[in-house]
Write a protein that binds this ligand. Structure first.
Ligand code: NDP
Length: 307
């Protein structure tokens, strides 16, 4: 039986990935904040890799933050982000090279690496110029993967992941906020929904499809970088309209825009081209945009269906 080591295994993607790998016959060992090792501890990481001898390592753990989180200052945020996106990555890469050199690593990069992109549709050749600390520290992780790939012969693939959602998404993400809001309004638990920029366009996929892509990437003979996206983009307004229509409500009666939630500078439109991934692995997202919305709204309705 093959073993996969998954960091951040209790997060959204970790949960879907463990289920996917389980169906493929893998045993999954998870590393989370509470153990079995601290990813900042190089010796502990190396010892664990030697003991587990994974076939595949998925480094999904991440330090997310949003304007709603109370963080200290940028230095504090950088330290915490760097610990998990860069230091943990180099510990895993070094540990693989010393203790289980045949293991293959998947690093979860992000479309945030593109910052305000120079190309309308981004692919693997789009320059990476992150403009936030999350992206800056993820870029260090990408560069470490490329370095270990080139200099040390470690199999380290990078997924440039665009937004992907599911019922497990955290409450601060707009998809989850809309799905939960629609269900609460329909069930009489909430009167309305306050949102920011309805015109923002997002390349939204389903987490269950994206974890399948991560696994596909690691089956290729050579480690490379891959955009993982749907190649489609939809506005927040589209998401809202479809979500409300599922419960037979007119969204205009319930949604208000809070101007204080609009950014001075609108978000750059991140829209990925997954052609390389499709060409090399045959992967395509199986879940459509309406399917994704239905899945999320139904999960929220179900959560409160019995009181
Ligand atoms: P989640 O936030 O759901 O999962 C990340 C997990 O990492 C959480 O369980 C988190 O735990 C855990 N974690 C954080 N710090 C540590 C640590 N020091 N040691 C061990 N575990 C830790 O994210 P997703 O599943 O959505 O994303 C998976 C990966 O994909 C991430 O790397 C993310 O940056 C990347 N990505 C995701 C996108 C998306 O749209 N979902 C888009 C682009 C990239 P806790 O909850 O306790 O913090």
């Amino acid at each position: 039986m093959s073993t996969a080591l998954v960091t951040g295994s209790r997060g959204q993607d970790g949960t879907y990935l463990a289920a996917h790998l389980g169906r493929l016959g893998y045993r999954t060992v998870g590393i989370d904040r509470d153990g079995p090792v601290d990813l900042r501890d190089r010796e502990a990481v190396r010892t664990l890799l030697g003991k587990v001898q994974p076939r595949e390592v998925y480094h999904l753990a991440a330090h997310h933050h949003s304007s709603q989180d109370s963080v200290g200052d940028d230095v504090d945020l950088f330290r915490r982000s760097h610990d998990i996106h860069a230091l943990a990555t180099v510990n895993l890469l070094e540990g693989i090279s010393r203790s289980c050199p045949a293991a293959r690593l998947f690093f979860a990069g992000s479309c945030q690496l593109f910052g305000t992109p120079s190309a309308a549709v981004q692919d693997e050749s789009t320059p990476m110029q992150p403009d936030g600390i999350y992206g800056i520290t993820k870029l260090a992780g990408v560069n470490l993967c490329r370095y270990y790939r080139r200099q040390r012969g470690v199999y380290a693939a990078v997924g440039l992941l665009f937004n992907h959602e599911s019922p497990l998404r955290g409450p601060n993400f707009v998809s989850k906020k809309i799905a939960a809001g629609v269900a609460a309004i329909h069930q009489g638990r909430q009167a309305g929904l306050v949102l920011g920029d309805l015109d923002a366009e997002i390349d939204w996929g389903f987490a269950g499809d994206y974890v399948a892509a991560m696994h596909e990437v690691l089956q290729l003979p050579e480690p490379e970088d891959f955009v993982i996206s749907t190649g489609e983009r939809h506005s927040v307004r589209d998401f809202v309209a479809q979500a409300f229509s599922l419960v037979g409500l007119e969204w205009q009666r319930y949604v208000t825009v809070d101007p204080s939630m609009l950014r001075a500078r609108p978000h750059a439109t991140l829209h990925g081209n997954p052609a390389k991934l499709t060409r090399m692995t045959g992967w395509r997202p199986a879940t459509t945009f309406p399917d994704l919305i239905r899945l999320m709204v139904n999960a929220e309705l179900e959560k409160h269906a019995h009181g």
